[in-house]
Design a binder for this molecule. Structure first.
Ligand code: FMN
Length: 145
């Protein structure tokens, strides 16, 4: 797998997850796009970002995006997220998948996001840099496999 096909998609209501997506995009040289932009070609790796809303649920649009994904379009998904107390959204992403052949990587990236006036500094520059390194590691591991 020397030329991995990679895409980045995210849902971000107030910009926190978008910051991580942008950092990941810069780190691996792939444009970070919102889920409103459909995947245009099959990818071996999809970085998918979001946040939990109310009792940990994903936003309806993100749920629909995940439900519509097929293993013809995407081989595996690496999840990244911001939240206030929940941490990872890997469980919610996995629950929403309809195609059982789609693989969600166990390794994900999660950090705090801003919540109104709370945690306004998050994700911090350090957290964004860590998200970029996370993405680079995932890509390097897949290229070696
Ligand atoms: C209405 C609402 C509900 C939320 N519910 C949760 C929650 O259940 N668990 C949690 O950890 N964070 C919750 N949060 C915090 C968001 O997940 C957090 O602010 C996240 O960084 C938002 O990311 P975004 O700006 O990329 O959409 C909630 C935020 C809002 C506005």
């Amino acid at each position: 797998m020397s030329h991995l096909k990679i895409a980045i998609r995210y849902y971000s209501r107030s910009g926190s997850t978008q910051k991580l997506a942008t950092a990941i995009g810069s780190a691996i040289g792939v444009p970070a796009k919102p889920i409103s932009e459909p995947l245009t070609e099959p990818v071996e790796l999809l970085f998918l970002g979001g946040a939990p809303y109310i009792a940990g649920h994903l936003n309806r649009h993100l749920q629909q995006f995940i439900q519509a994904l097929t293993s013809q379009q995407v081989t595996r998904i690496a999840v990244f997220s911001t939240s206030n107390w929940q941490g990872s959204i890997v469980t919610q992403v996995t629950k929403n998948l309809r195609d059982p052949a789609l693989q969600v990587l166990h390794s994900d990236f999660a950090c705090r996001g801003a919540f109104g006036k709370l945690n306004r500094q998050h994700p911090t520059i350090t957290e964004c840099a860590a998200a970029g390194r996370y993405a680079q590691q995932i890509v390097a591991q897949l290229k070696d496999s």
